[in-house]
Every structure is written in structure tokens, then in C-alpha cells.
Design a protein around this ligand. Sequence first.
Ligand SMILES: Cc1cc2nc3c(=O)[nH]c(=O)nc-3n(C[C@H](O)[C@H](O)[C@H](O)COP(=O)(O)O)c2cc1C
Length: 221
Amino acid sequence: MVRFATRPLAADPTVEELHAMASQAQKLVWTDVKIPQTNVSVYEALHRRRMSWTFEDKPVNQDVIERMLAAAVWAPNHRMNEPWRFFVIPKDSPVRRKIADAIFEALLDEWKSEKRAEPYREKVLAPPFIIFTYHVADADGFVEKENYAALIAAMQNISLAGVAEGIAVTWDTGRVVRVPAVSTILGAEDNWNMTAMLSIGYAAEESASARTPVTEFARWV
Ligand SMILES: Cc1cc2nc3c(=O)[nH]c(=O)nc-3n(C[C@H](O)[C@H](O)[C@H](O)COP(=O)(O)O)c2cc1C
């Protein structure tokens, strides 16, 4: 039987509701999950995955986002502590405008330049979906790193699932994730650290990207 614990997230639940859902959620083993069918191989997905900074003005179906998120929680995580938290924000959510304004205001305050701050508002408003990802903080620096690493693995799962769906997922760990007011608006808990903002949509153009061959980085000893 498939139970998508991610489904209620899109309904803009309160933090209390999220807690209630988490405590009720039954754990799944992989054979419980109806794995989405795709012709894209794992290798093809990991080579073809590209971030995009412009998106088509074409809506993304919520089911697509739910499938991508469902893949996120199968990422490895040390101690199985599941340190990921996601805030999914559709384009028409009123929260989107609040966050865009908060980021704009914070950057305007710092830079005193509307011209410089304005593109950040657009960054938040333009994509069909944005997801703010958080990892659970830990006073132990090693655990903190592990939790961050688990989130990055989860974000890569989302990104690779995106390739199977024909969707680009763009990671942003810059200024947009350094405005404390965003966490207040979202209702993030004090011990959650923002990891990234993911911008999700159909890529408007194919990004060129290149890599140095791994032979430059790997030593077989
Ligand atoms: C952890 C991480 C954080 C990133 N943060 C940003 C960012 O803040 N702004 C940005 O423009 N790109 C960001 N990127 C994207 C990369 O800088 C780079 O452009 C991208 O990986 C290249 O595209 P490709 O992976 O599709 O080949 C980030 C990537 C990673 C892995």
C-alpha cells in the first residue's frame, strides 16, 4: 500500500499539524512504494540533470512535485534520523509574495539599492514551485555536517527525479536563504537550519555545462 506522507505538505499546514502528521506517519519500506515508471536510466539522469535559471511559464502539476519529494526521503541519512524538512510553495500561494517581499526588504536595507535587490524578489516569484529545504541542526558539529549532507543527498534525489519528470531543479544557497524573516514566515522551528531554496519548473533553455574528467580527481592507490 502506498502512503504518501508528503501529500499534506502542499496544503500549507501549520507547524503543529506537521508535527501531528509526522508522529502519525507510518514508516515505509521500499516494497510499499509504487515506484513511478520512467524510461530514463539512473546514469542518464545523473548526466543529463541541469539546473536552469529561467523557467517556462507553464504550470507544474502538483503530482509531479509529490513524486519528486517522495524520492527525497529515500536519501541516505546517518542514524536514520531523517533530518529533512521541506516547505513547498506553489506559485499561487500567498506565502510566496510574503517571502519575496521579506527578502527584498532585507537586501534593500543592507544594500540601499532597489536596483540590486529587485532581482531577488523575482527569483522567488518566477518559478512554478519553490521549496525551502531545512536540515535539523545539532550542537555536535559532526552530526550537524551529517544532517546537512543528508539534505544535500535528498536534494539530489529530488533533482534526479526531476530529470525523469522533464523538470529542472535549481539550487540556491545564496542570499535568499540568509534572511531570518523567511523562516519566521514559514514557521520553521528554531533548531532547523535552512539548507537551500529549490526553484522548480520546465527549463526555458538548455543550460550548457561541463565537467573535468574524473581522472583528474581520482587516484587509484
Ligand atoms: C550546494 C550548491 C549550492 C548552489 N548554490 C547556488 C546559488 O546560490 N546560486 C546559483 O546561481 N547557483 C548555485 N548552485 C549551482 C552551481 O553553482 C552550478 O551553477 C551548477 O551546479 C551548474 O549546473 P549543472 O549542475 O546543471 O551542470 C549551487 C550548487 C550547489 C551544489
